[in-house]
Design a protein around this ligand. Structure first.
Ligand code: LLP
Length: 426
């Protein structure tokens, strides 16, 4: 699942000693394992052997150029949601012809840029957007390849902020109207219908909602195939990861707890391949978190301990601006010390950052190692939706990012400086 493990009492990423890495680059520091990314990609790809498929990594999960370059090298396509993401993919050597552009609010500038770069497909989220893309394509005398995103109205059973396939969500075109919108698309001169797409949500830990959504959409897909020239069916992303079993090597049982059962690529494929293989369409997948989530961690240093009247606090040098998932989604990130410590020496505490908000926490009332000032600590499973959601709030420079491969650690992004903080300001 990942390559963070203790060796000689020190947490390593692959063959790199994280204590030495933090001493060299400072904290907070994001560290990614290249081999975990490679393994995740290949494992999913292999699980789908026999199905005509293509993986389009969801760039929003982790858009560092080094990560994108690695995945492009493995043959990955990309699910993008902005002109900026397309720019990153191209900069990283990715192929625009393997990019699908999703999102409910694409602008004229983004559409034009994507058309000029020759992307594979726009995933259309509304009739209004379809008409607009047709007119933008017309302005530059070209044709826009599209897929309609269908909202299958199923409950993904995940956090409400990351559930996207219910009728009340802003995403996709409802099941009832989709035929009509395809009919309209087929009449627009600057539109070429290429496929159909759906995405029901993120961090799904069971195959059931995927199966339910595919089963709901399949009759429609077959119908549409009869009247339109479909090339692909994208079943979106959403494969969940295990956040509460961050370390591969045990045994302390609090690391091997599995409160969220893993939805492995094999289980996912086992349920979905039989439904999809007879379709005679290319199946696209858009995994983000699955690919990079457990491939990264955030290293942080304990600045102070504070015993409040009601609680014990451990104050670390990373804040909610660096990793917002706990504050925004009650996201769980396992917290471990880089020095392997006595597992009985634990305390119930809040691990918090320096930001001036009470929402600035990495855990609340959780049993964590009883670490003290100066201790180097790892927030696990921070390879997806972590750096990409970071901000400069409280005028804090963004952390550096390191990509480890074997015994080599490369700077994937420099730490921001105070000068970077005010760049472009007047
Ligand atoms: N495709 C589409 C159309 C999406 O909207 C998303 C994610 C994905 C694919 C990739 O989903 P994944 O395989 O990563 O679950 N910031 C949140 C997650 C937001 C997901 C947004 N859309 C978090 O930290 O949990």
């Amino acid at each position: 699942m990942h390559q963070f493990h203790y060796r000689d009492g020190i947490l390593h990423c692959e063959d790199v000693n994280l204590q030495l890495l933090a001493a060299e680059h400072g904290t907070p520091l994001y560290v990614y394992s290249a081999n975990t990314l490679r393994e995740n990609y290949q494992r999913l790809d292999q699980a789908l052997t026999g199905l005509d498929h293509h993986i389009a990594y969801a760039v929003k999960a982790n858009s560092n150029l080094s990560v994108l370059r690695l995945l492009a090298g493995l043959g990955s396509g990309f699910d993008i949601v902005s002109g900026g993401e397309l720019f990153r993919v191209i900069k990283a050597g990715g192929n625009p012809a393997l990019c699908s552009f999703a999102g409910v609010g694409k602008t004229a500038e983004e559409i034009t840029y994507a058309l000029e770069q020759g992307i594979y497909c726009f995933n259309i989220e509304s009739l209004a957007e379809l008409e607009f893309i047709s007119s933008v394509a017309g302005n530059i005398s070209t044709v826009a390849p599209v897929a309609l995103r269908i909202n299958p109205n199923v409950d993904a059973g995940t956090h409400k902020y990351i559930s996207t396939g219910k009728a009340e969500n802003k995403f996709g075109i409802d099941h009832e109207s989709v035929r009509e919108v395809y009919a309209r698309a087929s009449k627009l001169p600057h539109i070429q219908i290429r496929g159909i797409q759906m995405h029901i949500g993120s961090q799904l830990t069971s195959a059931t909602p995927f199966v339910e959504a595919v089963e709901r959409v399949l009759p429609l897909v077959s119908d549409l195939q009869a009247s339109h020239d479909l090339e692909f069916f994208s079943i979106g992303g959403g494969i969940g990861i295990v956040y509460e079993e961050a370390l591969a090597s045990g045994p302390p049982d609090w690391w091997t707890r599995q409160e969220e059962p893993p939805l492995s690529p094999e289980v996912y494929a086992h349920h979905l391949v039989p439904l999809l293989e007879s379709l005679n369409l290319k199946i696209l997948l858009e995994p983000g978190r699955y690919m990079s989530g457990n491939a990264g961690i955030l290293l942080t240093t304990c600045l102070y301990e504070k015993k409040g009247q009601a609680k014990a606090f451990k104050i670390v040098d990373a804040g909610m601006n660096d990793l917002i998932r706990p504050a925004l989604y009650d996201g769980h990130h396992e917290i471990v010390t880089v020095r392997e410590c006595d597992v009985t020496n634990r305390i119930t505490a809040d691990v918090v950052g320096p930001i001036c908000e009470s929402g600035d926490f990495f855990c609340q009332d959780r049993e964590v190692p009883d670490f003290a000032k100066g201790e180097l600590v790892a927030l696990m499973s921070a390879g997806a939706y972590s750096f990409t959601m970071a901000s400069n709030y409280n005028s804090r420079p963004l952390p550096a990012e390191i990509l480890v491969s074997g015994a080599t650690a490369q700077i994937a992004r420099e730490r921001q400086t105070f000068t970077d903080l005010v760049a472009g300001e007047h």
